[in-house]
Design a protein around this ligand. Structure first.
Ligand SMILES: NC(=O)c1ccc[n+]([C@@H]2O[C@H](COP(=O)([O-])OP(=O)(O)OC[C@H]3O[C@@H](n4cnc5c(N)ncnc54)[C@H](OP(=O)(O)O)[C@@H]3O)[C@@H](O)[C@H]2O)c1
Length: 282
C-alpha cells in the first residue's frame, strides 16, 4: 500500500501522507524507518535539529538497495535550523545535509522556523533558492511561517515556497493559514497531525466517526487531514500503527463528521508555546 500523490507548485509530486521521524535516533530510527518503508510510506520528514539525518539517509539507502527500488520513488525532506539563517550559512547547511543523508540531491528542504526576532529568514530563503538553482535541493519550502513571513519572502525573492509545514491537528485547525496557502498555491503539511500526546482519540466526533466507519480514531484524524487537503506526517515507532495510519484512502468522512472534528478547534489549542511570532528555535 502506498499513498496517492499531490502535485506541488513547482510541478513535483509528493506523497499525500508522510512519515515523521522525530525523535527517532540510531537503531530505533533505522528499525522504524525500515518498517515504515516496508509498510508503504514514501515521504520521510527529518531536520538538522532532529539529529537524525544520517540515520534517515542510511535507513532509506539500505532499504532502496535491499528492495531494488529506484531512488526517485522516495521523497526525503529535511529542515534548515535557525542558527544557519545567514545566506552563506544556509547554503553550507543544505550541502552538509545532503552529505549527511548520503542520498544525492535532497528532495525537499524547508526553513524549520522563521525566528522573526532574529529576523534573517529572508536571507535563509534566498539561500534555499540558490540551493535549488545549484540542484542540491529539488523542492524548497518553509515551516511554521505566518502569512506575514510568507509575504515577506515572496516579495523579497519573487519565489513562492512549495510547502509550509505547520502545527495542525483537531485542537488547532489553522483555518487562516490553510486559506492563505490555498490563495498562494502552497501545500499545507501538518506536524503533530494526530495531536501527539494530547491526541483527541476519545473526543466524541473522532470516536463516533471511528465506530461508524469501522476504523481507528487515528485513521479518522488522518483521514480528516487528507480531506482538508493537508499532507500529514504522523510519527510512529509501532509497525501496527504505521500500517493503520497509512491506510486512510479507502473510506470517506461525511461533511458533518468533518465539521464536527474541525469543531474541536480551540484558540489555545497549540501543543506547546509554539507561536511562530515568538518561538525562537536555533
Ligand atoms: N516543523 C516542525 O516544527 C515540527 C514540529 C513537531 C513535529 N514535526 C514533525 O511532525 C512529525 C509528527 O509529529 P509528532 O511526532 O509530534 O506527533 P504525532 O505524529 O501527532 O504523534 C506521534 C505520537 O503518537 C503516537 N501514535 C502514532 N500513531 C498512533 C495511533 N494510530 N494511535 C495511537 N497513538 C499513535 C506515537 O507513538 P508510537 O511512536 O509509540 O507509536 C507518538 O507518541 C514529527 O515526527 C516531525 O517529523 C515537525
Amino acid at each position: 500500500m502506498t499513498a496517492p500523490t499531490r502535485t506541488l507548485n513547482d510541478g513535483q509530486e509528493i506523497p499525500a501522507i508522510g512519515f515523521g521521524t522525530y525523535p527517532l535516533k540510531e537503531d530505533e530510527a533505522h528499525a522504524a524507518i525500515t518498517s515504515a518503508l516496508d509498510t508503504g510510506y514514501r515521504l520521510l520528514d527529518s531536520a538538522v535539529n532532529y539529529g537524525n539525518e544520517a540515520e534517515v539517509g542510511k535507513a532509506a539507502g539500505d532499504w532502496l538497495k535491499a528492495n531494488g527500488v529506484d531512488r526517485s520513488e522516495l521523497t526525503v525532506q529535511t529542515k534548515l535550523p535557525g542558527r544557519h539563517h545567514d545566506y552563506e550559512s544556509a547554503i553550507a547547511s543544505g550541502m552538509e545535509s545532503m552529505d549527511r543523508m548520503g542520498l544525492g540531491r535532497i528532495d525537499v528542504l524547508l526553513i524549520h522556523w522563521p525566528n522573526p526576532i532574529t529576523d534573517k529568514y529572508r536571507d535563509a530563503w534566498r539561500g534555499l533558492v540558490e540551493l535549488q538553482r545549484r540542484d542540491v535541493v529539488r523542492t524548497i519550502g518553509v515551516s511554521n511561517f505566518t502569512d506575514e513571513h510568507l509575504a515577506n519572502i515572496v516579495d523579497d525573492s519573487g519565489v513562492t515556497p512549495a510547502i509550509n509545514q505547520v502545527e495542525l491537528h483537531p485542537y488547532f485547525v489553522q483555518e487562516r493559514m490553510r486559506a492563505v496557502h490555498a490563495e498562494r498555491g502552497i501545500l499545507t503539511q501538518s506536524w503533530s497531525p494526530l495531536g501527539k500526546r494530547q491526541a483527541p482519540f476519545d473526543e466524541p466526533p473522532v470516536a463516533d466517526a471511528a465506530a461508524a466507519h469501522g476504523v481507528t480514531p487515528g485513521q479518522v484524524i488522518l483521514r480528516w487531514q487528507v480531506q482538508l487537503g493537508n499532507v500529514p506526517v504522523p510519527k510512529s515507532a509501532t509497525p501496527e500503527r504505521q500500517a493503520t495510519n497509512l491506510d486512510v484512502f479507502s473510506f470517506e468522512l461525511t461533511d458533518a463528521e468533518m465539521a464536527a472534528i474541525s469543531g474541536l478547534h480551540r484558540e489555545d489549542g497549540r501543543l506547546f508555546d509554539g507561536d511562530p511570532n515568538t518561538h525562537e528555535e536555533m
